[in-house]
Design a protein around this ligand. Sequence first.
Ligand code: ZN
Length: 99
Amino acid sequence: MEPIELCKAGHPLDAANLYVSPRSGQRMCRECSRVVGRLRWKNGSVWEMRRWAERNGHTISERGSLPRAVVSAYRIAHQKPRDTMVEPVRRLFEALFSG
Ligand SMILES: [Zn+2]
């Protein structure tokens, strides 16, 4: 029996976990893809932007990337409070929340 190959993160690349891209033949670890997917999910934004855009009456297609106009509208609407804070408050804010 051949030893099971491991991905860079140490997941076994067995039948259940190995994904081979039908187009490129590239071998990928499903577990690692899941982790990356979760991180993207957490950081945001495409999913969140999509929901925001829908709530705000922008028409966007179900697939593909978001229109540039929607992305900038989202950014403007979600500017961090510290962009508008006065200097001492901003410094305090950064001291509290940085790192
Ligand atoms: Zn992996």
